[in-house]
Design a protein around this ligand. Structure first.
Ligand code: CUA
Length: 182
């Protein structure tokens, strides 16, 4: 074996070792992050029991709609099912932060409010929540945007964005508000 051959074989071996070390490091990183995620789910995951969602807890029918606490926090609670939202008509104030809390009972649904950034998926067993502010008063359509079955196209609700004074005149602390005709 000539010297130059020995040198090139040594170099090849060195590089092979470096490549193996890099692959080993990447695999180890995947294993560690995978185990980390599996043992610590993201902190904002909230679950709800689909079997009792209608009969107890936060999403019973009498608790759905818009509420305002005495300190002025506005929360909208809603449930999606094939093929409607409850409530069908949602009242919110313009220019005030509004927190949505929603879930689904049968299939994956979702909604978007008109051209606003209010947009989420509703997955059975999980509570979807986000806070947004509607800048302008007016009426918005709120369609379901996840294909959920044959009635998907017909699944939508209305959102009435009221001027804040009008909303505050209607909202009594602790009461559930909606614009569903009675
Ligand atoms: Cu519900 Cu599509």
């Amino acid at each position: 074996m000539s010297t130059s051959e020995a040198v090139s074989i040594a170099a090849e071996k060195r590089w092979a070792l470096i490549v193996v070390a890099i692959i080993g490091f990447l695999v180890l990183m995947m294993v560690i992050t995978g185990l980390h995620w599996a043992s610590m789910p993201p902190s904002r995951v909230e679950t709800v029991d689909v079997r009792t969602v209608h009969t107890q807890g936060e999403f019973v029918e009498s608790n759905l709609g818009t509420t305002m606490t005495p300190d002025g926090k506005v929360t909208v609670r809603l449930v999606a099912q094939q093929y409607s939202f409850v409530p069908q008509c949602i009242v919110v104030p313009a220019g005030m932060p509004v927190t949505f809390r929603g879930t689904a009972t049968d299939a994956i649904h979702g909604f978007i409010v008109g051209r606003t950034n209010a947009n989420t998926m509703l997955v059975p067993g999980f509570v979807a929540t986000f806070t947004t502010t509607f800048p302008h008063p007016g009426e918005q359509l709120m369609p379901c945007h996840e294909y959920c079955g044959t009635g998907h196209e017909a699944m939508w609700a209305h959102v009435q964005v009221l001027p804040p004074e009008e909303f505050l005149a209607k909202a009594k602390p602790g009461e559930r508000l909606s614009c569903v005709p009675r």
